[in-house]
Design a binder for this molecule. Structure first.
Ligand code: CA
Length: 584
């Protein structure tokens, strides 16, 4: 039980405290303390695995709703949140930077916080939020105007609030924060506006900034208010001044690998999308044109924000293959400590946890066109004919050559988190099979304006499906089973000790699959599309499953011909909680 994990000194004060507060130990053990979910990813390794087996392959067919909660209002947009559970209360974030505290037994609202957002916010991909983080007696979440706010767990009152970056320059914030050793650690969003990706750490109690680490080479980090070190080497991989507006948004937040004491954050696309403007032609002497550390995974020391290692999935990236996808620590079949990450570029990578070194990469979607494969150093073997053409080569200097690339810029996998079961050893990856016409155009940077230099139209590849949930063996890269879905999958996945895999569909179903075979064992229609992240926990001896329902996110906004295929789906905004019927 949670309270038994309190240190002896904390126990002295336990009787005086009004209620239990979440400790570093609670957070470190979130995966195994089954009465709570206080972290994004159901544990800082983000395996999204619960050992709970009360709901299992045999009885999941009996799962029924316990309650449902409406997020209300007119603000029914994509609900990508992951619920948190602590001390009998569920905390969920909603679209437009709202948060709700709900009694888990009754579904009754305890408090609601609505961030007052200014006019002129610039979220690229719907007004979503992906969840909060609990530490001490506070809950933390980011708002669309690029702020981080700490709320009192019991009342929802603001304890502190701080600016991550300037929303007028295109910055926003949607990811769940990460708590490590008393620090609240955040990324930023805005990669389509020529912002600079950064990771920041604040004192959780006071909100004071401790360190910052920009992720584009040439920018200076800070530690305790002083300049610390430069990221990378100025102009080693970026031509001219382009690094100043180089993108690399750290928009999906990060993982904390406790075994190596490393924060792992992904950095998104380099800006602008048009790779010819960033030196993508012949590399010049002393400048590789790789555009570090965009489209990379970066290992960071949580104590001071120094970069320990990096691994770039798509050097001189030119298709918006943001390298932000979550990095999940796991142990492979031979007992090696590894990271698994399914990149937007369509390849599933295995990396070494000590130094981020490349181990293997295999395609997890069909018909990848931009690369022939990944070489022994982890670098793509480019199909140069599939790089969108240079506008400078066009007769009129306008639109460059159009190419059809797979995957589309929304990726073989986008933000929606995969799950890993240590029991089956498999990763459960929510993927999409689609391509795009893409071309480059001239562009120049203007603060607060889109900075792409590209145009695109997404198209399905196959008539009968776009979404594909795949069970991938990280030891071989082999797909053990696949569930195909008509609409693109855009929600998170969860695996359980009951041998189940849960995920939702844009068509509105929360579904449970056999983790070994992929057989669909249960589904429930929630009334709107699911793009949220399921969780499970136990309360008074019963296991519960919860997910947010509410269609939205990037697909209806950016999905081209795919958006037309899903425009019949209704918006929504509700939390659904399920359990097995009581037999007494
Ligand atoms: Ca992007």
């Amino acid at each position: 039980m949670r309270k038994l994990l309190l240190t002896s000194s904390a126990l002295l004060f336990a009787s005086a405290a009004a209620f239990a507060a979440v400790t570093e130990e609670d957070i470190a053990n979130d995966q195994t303390i089954t009465t709570q979910v206080v972290t994004n990813g159901m544990g800082r390794h983000q395996q999204r695995f619960s050992p709970l087996a009360g709901i299992n392959k045999e009885n999941v067919k009996n799962l029924v709703p316990a309650w449902s909660f409406s997020m209300g209002g007119e603000k029914q947009r994509g609900q990508e949140t992951q619920p948190l559970i602590y001390d009998g209360v569920m905390y969920v974030t909603g679209s437009y930077s709202r948060m709700y505290a709900i009694d888990v037994k009754t579904g009754e609202e305890l408090w609601q916080y609505d961030a007052r957002l200014p006019e002129g916010i610039l979220p690229c991909c719907d007004v979503i939020n992906r969840g909060g983080a609990i530490y001490g007696d506070k809950i933390y979440f980011g708002t669309l105007d690029a702020r981080i706010v700490a709320l009192d767990l019991k009342t929802g009152d603001v304890v502190w609030r701080d600016k991550i970056a300037d929303y007028k320059a295109g910055y926003s914030y949607t990811a769940a924060p990460l708590i490590v050793n008393g620090l609240v650690i955040t990324g930023n969003s805005g990669g389509e506006f020529g912002i600079v990706g950064e990771v920041q750490a604040r004192d959780a109690e006071t909100g004071d900034l401790v360190w910052t680490r920009p992720v584009i080479e040439g920018h200076m980090g800070t530690l305790n208010g002083e300049e610390s070190t430069m990221t990378g080497t100025l102009n080693a991989t970026w031509p001219g001044d382009l690094w100043k507006t180089g993108g690399g948004a750290t928009w999906l937040g990060g993982t904390y690998d406790a075994d190596t004491d490393t924060l792992v954050f992904g950095a998104g696309n380099p800006a602008p999308w048009n790779s010819w403007l960033r030196g993508a032609g012949e590399p010049t002497e002393g400048n590789t044109g790789d555009n570090l550390y965009a489209a990379s995974r970066i290992g960071i020391d949580p104590a001071n924000g120094e970069i320990k290692w990096h691994f770039q999935t798509t050097p001189r990236e030119g298709w918006d293959f943001d390298g932000v996808n979550e990095v999940v620590p796991f142990v492979d079949a031979e007992g090696n400590k590894r990271y698994g990450t399914a990149d937007r570029n369509g390849f599933f990578y295995v990396l070494n946890r000590e130094d981020g070194a490349f181990v293997s990469a295999t395609p997890f979607v069909r018909d990848i066109s931009w690369a022939e494969g990944i070489d022994e150093n982890g670098r793509p073997i480019y199909n140069e004919g599939n790089r969108p053409g240079n506008p400078a080569d066009a007769a009129d200097g306008g639109k460059g050559e159009v190419v059809f690339s797979v995957p589309s810029f929304l990726g073989g996998k986008n933000w929606m988190p995969m799950a890993h079961s240590p029991e089956t050893g498999l990763f459960y990856v929510p993927s999409n099979e689609w391509g795009m016409d893409i071309w480059n155009e001239p562009v120049s940077y203007k603060e607060g304006a889109a900075y792409l230099g590209s145009g695109f139209t997404i198209k399905p590849l196959f008539e009968d499906y776009i979404g594909s949930l795949k069970a991938i063996d990280p030891n071989t890269g082999e797909t053990k089973w696949e569930y195909k879905n008509d609409a693109p999958l855009w929600g998170g996945v969860m695996a359980t000790g009951g041998g189940l895999v849960f995920t939702g569909t844009p068509e509105g179903y929360l579904k449970a699959f056999d983790a070994d075979t992929g057989e669909e064992l249960w589904k429930f229609q929630t009334g709107s599309g699911i793009v949220g992240q399921p969780v499970t926990w136990e309360q008074d001896g019963e296991q519960f499953v919860a997910v947010a329902s509410g269609w939205g996110g990037a697909v209806p906004l950016w999905g081209g011909e795919v958006a037309k295929k899903v425009n019949f789906l209704n918006q929504g905004g509700s939390i659904w909680v399920f359990k097995l019927p009581k037999l007494n």
